[in-house]
Design a protein around this ligand. Structure first.
Ligand code: PA5
Length: 457
């Protein structure tokens, strides 16, 4: 559920929203829904449209994942951005928190999972100090099949594998890329790598529920069928429900739209569940890369976008929350909580210890966490700060699937309300092209000269 009481007008925060105000956006939301529906038909929203065919692909993915799990000790994702953050977020949400450290029998004899997501040379080298490449399967994920970071990771790994495994090196690489485009595809075909397809109409940051994320999840034994089931149920709810108070994506986007209009330029995403810590990274990418845009659809310069900030409850109550309660009132907060943790931890009572800490004894860690979360909400409300809460009944595959789709849909809606294209990323492409130029890729000579001249001034 979504608890948005903290966004609404009250005695502490008269500038909060009223129901009538949210309702007043309905015409615009209906227009957005119609426009999204035609984009859906046109294949621009395949993150939603292809869920059914993804579900049909589950047996094939599980079959491959199970075979891989019985053969390899480690599964390493090579990719960056949208090709890494989803697999990482779902892994942290649904696997044991110390999954990789567990003895194999305690993780169902499944491989350890690593998601590289960067090109820091030290980290990359050190990865090979803790894993044996001959017992590892590498999943190279790149929708474009061109991204420098991923291609560099791939080239290094391929070289290591050829040295260690000789002719059988190709059995250690599985590629997830576009069906028809990019440089990874011909290499995969030529060298005989197993291949999974990222459907053309699904953008990187929207691709978690395609083989991009489903394969890594299945290798670890996560129930990807339930993940998709949850996603489908949220998808259906959003696509088939009218009205800001009935449709969760419309509600969230109405709140986001008004807060943006009223100067809330920062959106803080703060789960109170350690398993969702990297979900905040995934959300930050989704919100920033989709909505931070210079031009609107008519080509007018608009420079829109709310800055996402990732935080973690309760940890950040001891750091960032000071700013949120007393700093500039330019932030809107989303907490994510669970009604029930999958385990409980009692705090022992020891009457010999100082009386001031007796209140903790006999209570549980989750009681403490829920109290802290409530206390933070209260402090924010008193300070006239707006906040809302997404409540999951528990952290399981079905609910995580729902959460992913809710956040994806609200991003798509926000794109409509801001009249921008939420599915491109020209700013990111600019950086990729600059990198090609500086690294000497053929065809980028003029750009190289421009950047070098800029560096000299
Ligand atoms: O969301 C996006 O499009 C980006 O974050 C990409 O996922 C990222 O740049 C990696 O691109 P690719 O998967 O093409 O290697």
């Amino acid at each position: 559920g979504i608890d948005y009481t903290g966004m609404m007008s009250n005695s502490q925060n008269p500038s909060g929203f009223t129901k009538a105000e949210l309702q007043s956006l309905q015409i615009e939301l209906d227009r957005a829904q119609t426009s999204l529906e035609s984009r859906w038909e046109a294949g621009e929203l395949d993150f939603s449209k292809l869920l059914v065919s993804m579900k049909a692909q589950v047996p094939e993915i599980i079959k491959y994942a199970d075979a891989a799990a019985s053969k390899f000790e480690n599964f390493v994702v090579l990719g960056i951005g949208g090709s890494a953050l989803g697999p990482l977020a779902v892994h942290q949400a649904l696997n044991h928190y110390y999954y990789n450290e567990l003895p194999p029998e305690k993780r169902g004899l499944r491989p350890r999972l690593y998601v590289v997501d960067n090109i820091d040379p030290v980290r990359f080298k050190e990865l090979f100090q803790i894993l044996d490449p001959s017992k590892t399967l590498f999943n190279v994920i790149s929708k474009s099949g061109n991204t420098s970071e991923t291609m560099a990771q791939f080239l290094i790994v391929r070289d290591i594998l050829r040295q260690v495994c000789g002719d059988s090196y190709a059995e250690h690489i599985v590629v997830t890329t576009d069906k028809a485009k990019g440089n990874l595809l011909p290499i995969a075909l030529k060298e005989g790598f197993q291949r999974f397809v990222i459907p053309a109409g699904v953008g990187g940051r929207f691709s978690e529920l395609t083989p991009v994320g489903l394969l890594a999840a299945a290798v670890c034994g996560i129930d990807i069928d339930q993940l998709l089931e949850g996603a489908l149920s949220m998808d259906q709810w959003i696509r088939e429900t009218q009205g800001v108070f009935s449709n969760p994506a419309q509600l969230r986007v109405a709140l986001a739209r008004f807060s943006w209009q009223k100067g809330k330029t920062v959106s803080v995403f703060m789960p109170y569940v350690d398993g969702l810590k990297t979900m905040a990274d995934w959300y930050a990418q989704l919100w920033a890369e989709s909505l931070g845009k210079r031009f609107d659809r008519q080509g007018q310069e608009v420079h829109v976008g709310q800055t996402p900030v990732k935080a973690l409850g309760v940890t950040d109550q001891h750091s960032q929350v000071q700013l949120y309660v007393e700093g500039p009132n330019d932030k809107v907060m989303t907490f994510v909580t669970v009604e029930k943790f999958k385990d409980t931890q009692l705090i022992p009572l020891d009457s010999e210890l100082p009386e001031d800490i007796h209140f903790l004894g006999g209570r549980t860690l989750e009681e403490l966490l829920f109290s802290e979360q409530k206390a933070t909400e209260y402090a924010l409300t008193l300070a006239g700060r707006q906040h809302q809460k997404i409540i999951l009944s528990s952290l399981d595959a079905y609910n995580v699937g729902q959460l992913l789709l809710l956040l994806e849909w609200e991003t798509a809606y926000m794109g409509e309300l801001l009249n921008i294209n939420a599915f491109d990323q020209p700013g990111v492409e600019e950086g990729k092209n600059g990198t090609y130029a500086l690294m000497g890729r053929k065809g980028y000579e003029t750009r190289k000269k421009e950047i070098e001249e800029y560096g000299e001034t």
